[in-house]
Ligand binder design. Sequence first.
Ligand SMILES: C[S@@+](CC[C@H](N)C(=O)[O-])C[C@H]1O[C@@H](n2cnc3c(N)ncnc32)[C@H](O)[C@@H]1O
Length: 189
Amino acid sequence: MRSLRRPTVALGRAVAISALGISLVACAPRRQVDVGWAPTPTAIAAQGLEWLGVHKGDVVAELGCGDGRVAVVAAQLGADGLCVELDPLLAAKARAAVAQAGVADHVRVIEGDIFQTDFSRANVVFFFLLPSVNDRLLPLFRRQLKPGTRLLSREFQFREWPAEQTLSLPGFTFYAWTLPPRAVAADHP
Ligand SMILES: C[S@@+](CC[C@H](N)C(=O)[O-])C[C@H]1O[C@@H](n2cnc3c(N)ncnc32)[C@H](O)[C@@H]1O
């Protein structure tokens, strides 16, 4: 399993400039992923999503969807999916996985940054990131998502909002929350 720590992803195109026979290569600034890729085994993803009660009619956003395997599981449970991945190679893998599983009509793969993507139509959000990234996402969840949206995190909670439900499996833990009505949300950190 690869490290969760932040490997660099080159997002910019290299630009070659040639003058007087001398070649210079200038790269656009690199954007780092916030967390490296560490995949959730398919069977474990299925247990987590089934535990949460994902079903037909749900729209599941996966933030940092890696090679798309969890989004495929969600689609196989009948949900529509939004798979957001910053690493271009992983996003391409996710597209291929979704096509191969025959669920391309139900899962949209977006190559992009979770902090710059509109996933407001989701009513379920799955993420396997890091505690610090979860904490940065929480205000975004509160702004973007409808009350009642279910959040499912593998391994990590929010620092100041303990999980409402926990599923412990050998070697894996899922945490779940439901976004409260906005008036109540104001009382949460
Ligand atoms: C620990 S992996 C989880 C992959 C997948 N969700 C799973 O459970 O199999 C985290 C993923 O988030 C992606 N990622 C990290 N920072 C991101 C960002 N800011 N925007 C989009 N994807 C990001 C990484 O490239 C990686 O694929």
